[in-house]
Design a protein around this ligand. Sequence first.
Ligand code: GUN
Length: 293
Amino acid sequence: MTLIDGKAVSAQIKQEIAAEVEQIVAAGGKRPHLAAILVGHDGGSETYVANKVKACEACGFKSSLIRYEADVTEAELLAKVEELNQDADVDGFIVQLPLPKHISEQKVIEAIDYRKDVDGFHPINVGRLAIGLPCYVSATPNGIIELLRRYNIETSGKKCVVLGRSNIVGKPMATLMMQKANPGDATVTVCHSHSRDLKKECQEADIIIAAIGKPNFVTADMVKEGAVVIDVGTTRVPDVTKKSGFRLNGDVQFDEVAPKCSFITPVPGGVGPMTIVSLMKNTLLAGKKAIYQ
Ligand code: GUN
């Protein structure tokens, strides 16, 4: 069994990005600039955004954090999105989700200029991904593809089960795994709450990508000997032994599943660090105007 070290891979990629940024700046180019909008004080969102700002520093990017209280109006938020769309210094920006209930996430996502949508959530980027055109790809699935690539994990012709059908992980993950590409070229099944025999689907899978947000959902009896298991789960569960009072729990019952696997990602230290580094890669692409002018 090989433990996939997302922390080490992400550190390596951040170094690669930082080196490229210094080359760009030395040649008289512009330092990439990522802006992030954070609404309210959700603990998870605060941590994610703080980590994104920290990663920008490590990559040599400029970053801007724009904060609003949870009672900000949708109109105010949309006005800020429009301002960032027009700001030539900002290469890409994100609006951290979830948003308070009185704000339409879809409306906000669609208000972002797709050329600055480094989250890859805008329908134009999602549509371009679906038909295999260059675009910004959602960070978590793109990070998983990068792990599969760097660990030389064969995906061509393999049976891949994706657990979960969210717009930001499950759906784009399935799209990437079935893409005519390497990694890709897999036979993909997407399972969700209405799937009839999810256990059997998993038992037949060469690769399981678990993104349903249910701690310890994938158990050893669901996993074939030699399978590759990628755990996207990051549920916060109370833990008095931690300073923060919680720990992150994956979707996979790691201790019993790991011995059966050829490769497995831990939680934390697997997919999580790759998600942030994928956002950094998209920001570098935005800074270089590599996808859109
Ligand atoms: N909330 C959870 N994941 C993400 C993400 O990748 N981007 C944004 N903007 N919000 C999120």
